[in-house]
Design a protein around this ligand. Structure first.
Ligand code: SIN
Length: 285
């Protein structure tokens, strides 16, 4: 059932997770009560799809900031030249110079999982979308955890995975320069629990991603096999929503209870230009 909040309509996407927000107009002040309804919908649904949202980078930043402090992505040269809070994801170039990061986010992950403080949420906005391809997949890690067999829940309880940018950068970003020694020092391996509890909902979710290499205290091969087994379960179609972008869609997702993955498109024929703001997070527990 959809719910009207002043001019804003909030409606479930598929009855499992996700909600659509229709009618948000950021050219007017959004009253606190309406913002709180949107925020609650985000916690309830894990991701929100805003349709036909026309916003400038400044409005994008200001709206995201209402959900919490912003994280500035590095390397800085992929951020908007006038707004470092906005990361630019695009295959566009100007005279051979990339205007943003290409092929970002391929493979299941949550933003910042390879950092000590992973990002709480991300808000991706479509400026230009290809006519085919370039969808984003989202997977519900609450449901993935809840549907694990009890034996698996016991096996992973209290265990931590090692997430390694240093080991995996060349795998996920083969088209990007190798990490410098300085970047390696800035992005050391981190350990996060395989099961984390959301600070707002208090629900447990499975916490894995493309930077997770192995499991603390386990033989590396055994840990890797365990992570792969968990991925095979978590990416089951019953947990996945595919977002086919329309221009001026914006999706706000919760990295603490979801995985997402970009998908390819024909970069030689089409353009994709997306802006992303990113929320600071906290240590997963
Ligand atoms: C991301 O991982 O933030 C990018 C997702 C996308 O561009 O589809």
């Amino acid at each position: 059932m959809s719910e009207a909040v002043a001019d804003i309509e909030i409606r479930p996407i598929n009855g499992r997770f996700g909600a659509e927000i229709i009618g948000l107009d950021l050219s007017h002040d959004l009253p606190e009560a309406e913002f709180r309804r949107i925020e609650q919908a985000w916690f309830d649904a894990s991701f929100l799809v805003f349709r036909d949202l026309v916003m400038t980078p400044g409005q994008h930043i200001a709206f995201t900031r209402r959900f919490g402090p912003l994280h500035i992505m590095t390397p800085l040269h992929y951020n908007h030249p006038d707004h470092p809070e906005v990361m630019v994801l695009t295959n566009l170039e100007d005279g051979g110079k990339p205007l943003g990061i290409r092929r970002a986010g391929m493979g299941w992950h949550s933003d910042g999982e390879d950092k000590r403080l992973p990002n709480a949420g991300s808000f991706l906005y479509a400026h230009v979308v290809p006519p085919e391809g370039g969808d984003t997949l989202f997977a519900d890690m609450y449901a993935a955890y809840e549907t694990l067999p009890d034996t698996m829940k016991q096996r992973i309880s209290g265990k931590r995975a090692r997430f390694s940018r240093v080991d995996m950068h060349h795998v996920h970003y083969p088209h990007e320069p190798a990490l410098t020694d300085q970047q390696k020092r800035e992005r050391p391996d981190v350990y996060h629990p395989l099961v984390r509890t959301h600070p707002r909902s208090a629900r447990r979710s499975l916490y894995i991603g493309r930077w997770a290499r192995d499991v603390e205290g386990m033989d590396p091969g055994e840990g890797r096999a365990l992570i792969e087994q968990l991925f095979a379960h978590a990416s089951g179609e019953q947990f996945v929503y595919r977002h086919q972008w329309r221009r001026h869609d914006a999706v706000l997702w919760d990295n603490r209870c979801m995985l997402h993955s970009a998908t390819p498109f024909d970069e030689a024929r089409f353009t994709r230009l997306m802006h992303r703001t990113t929320l600071e997070g906290d240590v997963p527990v």
